[in-house]
Structures are given as C-alpha cells and as structure tokens.
Write a protein that binds this ligand. Sequence first.
Ligand SMILES: Nc1ncnc2c1ncn2[C@@H]1O[C@H](COP(=O)(O)OP(=O)(O)OP(=O)(O)O)[C@@H](O)[C@H]1O
Ligand SMILES: [Mg+2]
Length: 284
Amino acid sequence: MSKGQRVEDIQVVSQDVRTGNQRFGGVPLHVSGVSKTFAGQGRMVEALRPVDLDVAAGEFVCLVGPSGCGKSTLLSIIAGLETASSGSIEVSGCQVSGPGIDRVLLFQEAALFPWLDVQRNVEFGLRQAGIAPQKRAELTQKFIELVHLQGFERSYVHQLSGGMRQRVAIARALVIDPAILLMDEPFGALDALTRDRLHAELETIWANTGKTVVFVTHNVQEAVALADRVLVFSPRPGRITHEFRIDLPRPRSLEDHDLMNESSRILHVLKGVMDEHEREQTNG
Ligand SMILES: Nc1ncnc2c1ncn2[C@@H]1O[C@H](COP(=O)(O)OP(=O)(O)OP(=O)(O)O)[C@@H](O)[C@H]1O
Ligand SMILES: [Mg+2]
C-alpha cells in the first residue's frame, strides 16, 4: 500500500485470478429444500429439515441457533463438502455438485499450513490455480495489506496471535476471489477486543468487495453488528424459524443502543426456541 493510502481505497479483487476479467462482488445463493440425515452406528440423525434460503448477491447473512441445530452442516453442504439428503444449492443459477473456488469456508480455528510462512499460506490457492509468479506476488501482497499483516510476510503460524491467524485465513480465502464467503464461527475463539477489531475489518472488506457472506455465530450481538439479515435456527431437526432484517446504519458499534435493543429482541426469540426444544425433549 502506498503511503497515505487507506485500506478503504484499495480496489479489491477486481480481477478474476484465472481469466483476468474484471469482477466485483458476490453472487446470489439459492438453497432449496436442503435436508440432511446422517446415518451411523445403527441410528439416523436428522440434522437438517428441508431448509429454504435465498441470499442476494453481496448480502451478509448471519445464522444463529443453539448447538447441534445444523448450522455447520448447512455451511458444509453449501461449500460442497457434504452432500444433502434432499434439495439443491444454486450459486448464480448453477447447481453445486461439489467444492469449488467460487465458495470458501472459514472455521473457528484458522486452518493454516504450519510449515509455510504468512506469504506462502496466502498465496497457496494462487499457486494451485497456476497463477504466474509476478501476478501471484502482487495479489498476495495486496491481500496481506488488506488484513493489516504487512511486515509479517515471513512469520510462521506459531509466531502469530489467534487474531493474526484468522486474518491470514481471511486473506488466503479472499485472494482466490471467491464469490461466496462461508464463515463458521470464525471469531469464536478470540478475545472481545480482537473480535471487535476483526468485525470492523471484515465489514470494510465486505463493503469493498461486495462478497456474499453467510456467517455462523453463537454471539447474537456479533450477528447484529455484521448482518443485513439474521436467521434463527431451531434444533433437532434444524430449521429456520425466525428472520430479522437489520437496517441499522453502518459502521455499527456494539455499544450502540439500537444494536443492543435489536440483539435483546433476537436473544429473547432464541431463548424461546431453546425453551420450546427443552419442553419437547422432556415430554418425549
Ligand atoms: N458427520 C456426522 N455424522 C453424524 N452426525 C453428524 C455429523 N455431523 C453433524 N452431525 C450431527 O448433526 C447435528 C447438527 O450438527 P452441526 O455440527 O451442523 O450443528 P451446529 O449447529 O453447527 O452446532 P454447533 O453450534 O455446536 O457448532 C448434530 O446432532 C450432530 O451430532
Ligand atoms: Mg457448528
């Protein structure tokens, strides 16, 4: 980044790394009647009841819900890492039949390669895609700067804090220019201060790239701080029971009164969902 240039000013991922075509933004995601039943050890686990979900291009959707209600399962199916028992996933009108570089999934633990330094971790996907060395170096540097890790290019994973690792994971995901970011509690293991900072960074990156984001969290405030829409999942079998559109102005602050009110409203609904589930369990 040149001196005086703000990260907000960088034109991000405006090029498809494979074709060189200019591109900006995410694509629509259409989840239609997707269910999942796991079979194993003599019993079936109905993880997801048929779920319908439409996410607009460039929309930021958060999924919240109690543990075990199928949030990760749904993300894995969208990523193409898990097959659905029924239903279909369409990305930009094309049916998903497996993993693809148009979708990346980020987890709570940044799954980095410990034997590679930051630069090589970030450029990994570009190498796989056969991008020429000069272009690779250019893009890698751009994304390292985007996540504020310039100066750490030669550091190895064990030399980084949890927040820095997650930044590397985000840069590594973004550098291959996916249209859809799938994030499974990506900041769940971080302290509140680091999480706050990463929220702000993610929001800026999202605003500048226009990516479509599906973000899973247990933290309702985090969901309200980030999302255009928050969807509440109910457990066993998992299904979407409530939807909240978040129209609060951005950038948002966790201390903002309206944000806290909105979070309390959703938390109240979430508690109701859990109480109902517990009653159902107790009554057999
Ligand atoms: N590979 C698997 N084999 C069998 N059952 C599975 C498998 N993966 C998930 N499940 C079951 O599916 C249900 C949903 O799991 P999932 O991990 O999607 O929940 P989750 O909402 O992400 O939970 P958490 O909030 O704790 O991460 C759970 O009952 C879980 O035990
Ligand atoms: Mg999960």
